[in-house]
Ligand binder design. Structure first.
Ligand code: PHE
Length: 337
């Protein structure tokens, strides 16, 4: 009998189960009432009295070992619920590297937040546009030299399918479908066929702002710009308006902010002028309102467009626009909210 117990002991020590069902089968085989160990227990009665002590000890050891082994296997199944041996759930986890927001996203979000606080909502439009929305509706005459200035990418040599050169196209799309009051900002990507340099790229991003309502004046534009400049560049910031030209605004202005690096004293960032040009804008031309079926005698408005790359480069001291589009992690990881 001792030999039988020893053989079983070895069997039990080496026993393996691939899943819970196999383990249950083993439990039944050894430990159930009709199992092998119970059978040995029954036979124990017939063991000679002088051997009872020794055999009893072996028998107890066998029972205990079997129970422990089964518990041990059961535990391993409970921990690895998938039953997949390839996954070691006890291994230390790899550190999860959180991404950072792109500098353009940060600046875009900041601009949208500032105008959100003034009650502007976000509007979007397509990047592949037609002549009407990018040029004609915005008062670019057919032979207007300003069309050349925009370095347009045409698609398949079709003059009516083009990549938008500015987000002003979204103005038209909104005004065509909505009557005033209109208060929107339109962030988005624009394309121009320009030579790529450290300052210019063939695509970049703008945020367009448009406000049309009764009695909107140039003074409202100026006030909105001042508010934006102070929120964006700090409460000390001043603005300066210079006369400019856009077919879709009259009068038109280029807007400078006082240099936020030297506060007007003069430094390399502002090229020693104390001022930095940040955007263009103006009072919406009557013809544009007419083109969009808005009565220019009843309503007026202002619009302006901000280049996101330009603001981001100024704000973060980035000296090459190409860095924005390379997805170099070393560059991108520097930006935090
Ligand atoms: N669309 C002009 C540009 O791309 C900017 C602008 C927008 C000017 C709105 C005036 C009004 O340069």
């Amino acid at each position: 009998m001792i030999n039988k117990i020893k053989a079983l002991l070895q069997e039990v020590e080496n026993m393996k189960a691939a899943n819970a069902e196999e383990l249950e089968a083993l439990r039944i085989k050894y430990l159930s009432k009709k199992g092998e160990i119970s059978a040995l227990m029954n036979d124990f009665r017939n063991v000679a009295a002088d051997q009872k002590r020794e055999v009893g000890q072996f028998l107890n050891q066998l029972k205990e070992t079997t129970q422990n082994k089964i518990n041990e296997l059961k535990e391993s199944f409970d921990n690895v619920q998938t039953g997949n041996d390839d996954i070691d759930l006890t291994r230390t986890a790899y550190p999860v590297e959180l991404g950072t927001r792109h500098p353009l996203s940060l600046v875009k979000k900041e601009i949208c937040d500032i105008f959100g606080r003034l009650g502007f909502s976000i509007a979007e439009g397509p990047e592949i546009e037609d002549d009407w929305h990018v040029f004609s509706s915005l008062n670019f005459a057919e032979d207007h030299p300003a069309r050349d200035m925009q370095d347009t990418f045409f698609i398949q040599h079709n003059p009516d399918v083009l990549l938008r050169t500015h987000t002003s196209s979204v103005q038209t799309r909104v005004m065509e479908t909505q009557q005033p009051p209109i208060r929107i900002i339109c962030p988005g990507r624009v394309y121009r066929n320009e030579a790529i340099s450290y300052r210019a790229h063939c695509f970049f991003h703008q945020v367009e702002a448009l406000y049309v309502d009764k009695n909107v004046s140039f003074a409202d534009l100026k006030q909105a710009l001042l508010f934006f400049a102070k929120e964006m560049f700090g409460p000390e910031t001043k603005i300066r308006l210079r006369p400019s030209y856009f077919p879709f605004t009259e009068p038109s202005v280029e807007v400078d902010v006082s240099c936020f690096e030297c506060h007007g004293k003069g430094c390399p960032l502002c090229k020693h002028t104390g001022w930095i040009e940040v955007l263009g804008g103006g009072v919406v031309n009557r013809k544009v309102l007419e083109n969009c079926s808005i009565d220019p005698d009843e309503y007026s408005g202002f619009a302006f467009g901000i280049g996101i790359e330009r603001i981001a480069m100024l704000k973060y001291g980035i000296n090459n626009i190409g860095l924005m589009f390379e997805n170099n992690l070393q560059f991108l990881k520097q930006f935090h909210e």
